[in-house]
Ligand binder design. Structure first.
Ligand code: SF4
Ligand code: SF4
Length: 383
């Protein structure tokens, strides 16, 4: 059974349970629910019913609390691949504490992408990423990072910057880079209590990170650092770059443990945003209505010169920060203005240098593809 009028990719919320208790966590953990293998298999069947590739991300809470479901879902998907003309690509987003040899070996064999959440240096990480007793998890994660990178050298790391960790931001990026991560994705906790002072600290840190990006690019080191890559691309690729990236339930959907389908992660558990169920399919009228509502330009942004490059189109982010998909948080607005001007100055400097790495990364459309092949060859060589 196909679920909608086009190919969908899925984020499976295997559980809202977690072995951590991060201070900025938005997951509602009051009533713990866990996805059954039956629901996960239904998602696989939906993907298999449309020939071609389907991406499935295992998400939580902490998805590695449900390793058996992951093993069985992947095994079922591989069986489906042998029966029909479909292909699955898997990703796990984890806090890392439950990574072990067995899971690493499984993910290597099945080509599962592991994305680690980590906030950088100990001072930053341990402020918010704490276990259920309030103890920081930096030390426990150190050996997990070595285990992960020894078999997945191109595993991405995702970090969250909070107001109380803003001043550690550049040191944290450098630390993760030094540990061996080549794909570093940072994002802000926009719901935090940002003040003028913490936003100023953030700006200074972005400037230091831009310097770091500049130096590493001149050395032709291969790395990706978000949000700089997206903001630079949005300048080069022009109009509507950001809006096209937010498909809000049209291409990527989130599935709750009980099988309800939502446009994105932030809406899990909100009845008003249910766009279907894995057993009965997508309600296309609702899906399209939400998609159109999200695409409508916000009044406060109509005149803004950088609106096509700004993340205010992200309904999920708007919901998280203001409670409404069509209202923009002032922190988001301030952040986008700050970041774009720093990213543009950085891009201008590198362009003036005619830096080969920079030109390849941002002007060669097939570079991400070539880069992926190169990563895969290099990581096979290491395993
Ligand atoms: S690891 Fe993720 S789900 Fe778990 S508490 Fe932290 S932010 Fe929440
Ligand atoms: S920078 Fe602010 S005003 Fe401009 S598009 Fe973004 S949110 Fe709207």
């Amino acid at each position: 059974m196909a679920l909608g009028d086009g190919r969908l990719h899925y984020t499976l919320h295997l559980t809202n349970n977690c072995n951590l208790s991060c201070n900025y966590c938005y997951v509602n953990k009051k009533d713990i629910s866990t996805m059954s293998i039956g629901v996960a298999k239904k998602v696989v069947e939906a993907g298999a019913s449309e020939n071609g590739s389907t991406n499935i991300a295992f998400f939580g809470g902490e998805p590695l609390l449900c390793k058996d479901t992951i093993y069985q879902a992947v095994e079922y998907a591989r069986w489906k691949e042998r029966q029909s003309n479909c292909r699955f690509h898997f990703k796990v987003v984890t806090n890392g504490l439950l990574l072990d040899e067995e899971f690493i070996e499984f993910s290597r064999r099945e080509h599962i992408f592991i994305v680690l959440s980590h906030d950088g240096i100990k001072e930053a990480h341990d402020k918010n990423r704490v276990d259920i007793n309030g103890k920081g998890t930096f030390d426990c994660l150190s050996e997990k990072i070595s285990l992960l990178l020894s078999s997945h050298p191109y595993a991405p790391v995702m970090m969250v910057v909070n107001p109380d960790t803003a001043s550690y931001f550049s040191e944290s990026i450098k630390y993760l880079y030094k540990r061996g991560f080549k794909y570093i994705i940072s994002s802000l906790n926009f719901t935090g209590c940002w003040t003028e002072d913490t936003l100023d600290a953030l700006k200074r840190e972005y400037q230091k990170i831009a310097e770091f990006y500049y130096e590493k690019t001149l050395l032709e080191d291969k790395f990706y650092l978000e949000p700089f890559e997206t903001k630079i691309s949005s300048h080069i690729k022009g109009e509507n770059y950001c809006i096209e990236n937010c498909t809000f339930g049209k291409k990527q959907v989130s599935v709750s443990p009980d099988g309800f389908i939502y446009p994105c992660v932030q809406f899990i558990g909100e009845d008003a945003f249910v766009i279907g169920h894995i057993a009965s399919g997508i309600d296309e009228v609702k899906q399209n209505a939400l998609f159109r509502a999200n695409q409508e330009e916000k009044e406060s942004c109509i005149e803004c010169k950088i609106r096509t490059r700004c993340n205010h189109y992200c309904g999920c982010l708007n919901k998280q920060t203001t409670g409404h998909i069509d209202r923009i948080s002032p922190v988001l607005c301030a952040h986008e203005r700050m970041l774009l001007s720093i990213a543009d100055r950085l891009a201008h400097k590198l362009f003036k240098k005619r830096n080969a790495m920079f030109i390849q990364k941002h002007y060669n459309d097939i570079y991400p593809f070539l880069s992926m092949i190169e990563d895969s060859i290099l990581s096979k060589g290491k395993s």
